[in-house]
Design a protein around this ligand. Structure first.
Ligand code: GTR
Length: 416
């Protein structure tokens, strides 16, 4: 009898666990949930001013995301040097000047290299705003052979990393024609997008003094944390670049790079604007909706993206004491834009929209404008308040429609 009972319990458990592994795409099956409070501290104090938000609630939430989701970013500053390794005066048919800067991080013993590729518009005098985003190898964004392979892809044989393979996602001519610079680097230069100790050992992480002491801790940073850190290091470089308006750096990212961009924007207030393109689970999408990719599925494929503490919420979203609307709120009062694609249900467009919507109250504290309604806009109808959003037709990708909206959003907020 007891045996049968145990067998039934075991069967029930496998059924519930494996049921969650299947992504849910049925809106009627989204569980009831209550979103964690944005403007109420853990001790119950209600936040009514930007001062209280900045001094009490914001640090509390930042710490929550650090210790329970992305891991703690070390504050140690590594030695760094910048060397320009290539420059092209008349790039993009004369529309741009391009530069490739090799960044070497070192701790005296170990070193790591990151190669930044920059395009500056030639039609604008003086300092220019810039889009900063990660790529899959600098050489993947254009067929132009003057673009050197990124240090991390030079040795890799990933089929996705081929010269120009991603060029449709990078409307370089249009970006510079609109008066924006572009700065980009391969995220693999900072942390290879692979599981395992070898990947971690070859990442930027061993250069930090406390690597051995902290690397296995449940709140130690992992890949997304490292990528976000890398974006801040490109920001360090941009602050030294005389052609760049470092008060107008837009950190943008698609998908996994969107997750890193949001986390970078949340932690580093030097980013003046943050854009998430289809960042989905672990990015803009609300985890508690458990729609499309969920915490369980993302760990099945990418267990090295988040800190180990995040695993306690696998198949257990209702226990999450935070959700992604709070990550977006950490960016306030800086403009933030979330973009979805109707065919990208894996990334849960509605969850991305609602997350942006529910970040609104913090923007309103600052006298800024969030998304005004919780009804999703029609396709191709961007909303461009201080919180912006669009959904377009099509699949998981970065299209010209997306870039056009990002530039319009930046034009609006940078008064262009
Ligand atoms: C998927 C992953 C998503 C998203 C995407 C991408 O495989 O499940 O979370 O990051 O990759 O980066 O394109």
């Amino acid at each position: 009898m007891r045996k049968t009972f145990l067998a039934i319990v075991a069967l029930f458990m496998t059924v519930t666990v494996s049921a969650q592994r299947e992504p849910n795409y049925d809106e009627s099956k989204v569980p009831d949930f209550e979103l964690p409070e944005l403007l109420k501290c853990e001790n119950g104090k209600v936040i009514t001013s930007t001062k209280e938000w900045e001094e009490l609630r914001r640090p509390e939430l930042l710490s929550m995301f650090s210790h329970r989701m992305y891991g703690v970013t070390p504050s140690q500053k590594l030695d760094v040097s910048y060397r320009t390794v290539a420059e092209t005066m008349n790039d993009l048919n004369g529309k741009a000047f391009s530069r490739q800067v090799l960044v070497t991080f070192s701790n005296g013993n170990l070193k790591r290299e990151m190669l930044i590729l920059l395009y500056y518009p030639t039609n604008v005098k003086g300092k220019v705003p810039v889009f900063l985003t990660c790529n899959y190898g600098n050489e993947s964004i254009t067929k132009n052979i003057n673009v050197l392979p990124s240090p991390s892809t030079r040795v890799s044989v990933n089929s996705e990393i081929r010269r120009g393979a991603m060029d449709r996602r990078w409307p370089l001519d249009s970006i510079v024609a609109n008066g924006y610079a572009l700065a980009t680097m391969c995220y693999g230069d900072i942390y290879p997008d692979k599981a395992g100790q070898q990947a971690k050992d070859s990442s930027i992480m061993p250069l930090f003094d406390d690597y051995m002491a902290t690397r296995d801790k449940p709140d130690s940073w992992e890949a997304i944390g490292a990528w976000a850190w890398g974006l801040s290091r490109v920001m360090d470089y941009l602050e030294t670049d005389k052609r760049i308006d470092s008060k107008k750096v837009i950190v943008m990212g698609h998908s996994r790079h969107g997750k890193a961009a949001l986390w970078a924007g949340a932690q580093d207030p030097r980013f003046a604007m943050v854009i998430s393109n289809e960042s989905g689970c672990g990015g803009a999408a609300l985890s508690k909706r458990v729609f499309g990719e969920n915490i369980d599925l993302i760990h099945a494929n990418f267990p090295y993206w988040f800190c180990k503490n995040f695993r306690q919420y696998i198949c257990n979203e209702q226990k999450l004491p935070f959700d992604q609307h709070q990550l977006i709120a950490l960016i306030a009062p800086r403009p933030v834009y979330v973009a979805s694609a109707a065919g990208d249900l894996w990334a849960d467009p509605k969850g991305e929209f609602l997350s942006a919507y529910y970040a609104g109250p913090v923007y309103e504290l600052y006298g800024k404008k969030g998304l005004e309604t919780d009804k999703m806009p029609e396709l191709h109808q961007p909303i461009m308040n201080d919180v912006g959003y669009h959904i377009r037709e099509g699949v998981h990708d970065v299209t010209y429609f997306d870039w056009r909206a990002f530039m319009d959003f930046a034009n609006k907020h940078f008064g262009k």
